[in-house]
Write a protein that binds this ligand. Sequence first.
Ligand SMILES: [Cu+2]
Length: 174
Amino acid sequence: MRFYGISLIVGAVILGACGGGENKATDTSKVAPSTGAAAPAPTTGAPAPAAPAAGGATKVAATGATHEVKMIGDDKGYRFDPANLTIKSGDVVRFTMVSGGPHNVAFDPATIPADSKAQLDANMDNKLSELSSPMLMNPDEHYDISFGGIKPGVYPFHCTPHLAMGMKGVITVQ
Ligand SMILES: [Cu+2]
């Protein structure tokens, strides 16, 4: 539609200026390729902005220390190490796959502070579902969670595949 609109305008301008049908035909064909090439840009050039998470929160990057938690499954059982850690708001927790995967990190929406739920969900990349990280399959893979913008409180977490085997922990945010 835009193409025809521009062509008509160009044609009318040329027609008005020159008054010759021959010039109109020549000039319109010169204009057409550039107009046609430009036309797709508005529809494909501007990717849609990332949809905000439920609750309207957007990710807040970590600005503090990094705390590592190992994800382990061996002959002693399935566990996070350390299972309990205390951090500050703005820190990042790095979950590193060591053995016995797949493991993940999931927070139960019902057991974490309600006023930080949307922010924590927004801070988690590539989620399987709300507050649930992807599976880590291979040793040395890691998954970072920013606690930027997270309010002080107690944040219990678990590994979805191994919850029944007691693979869980608690992050306390000061
Ligand atoms: Cu696990």
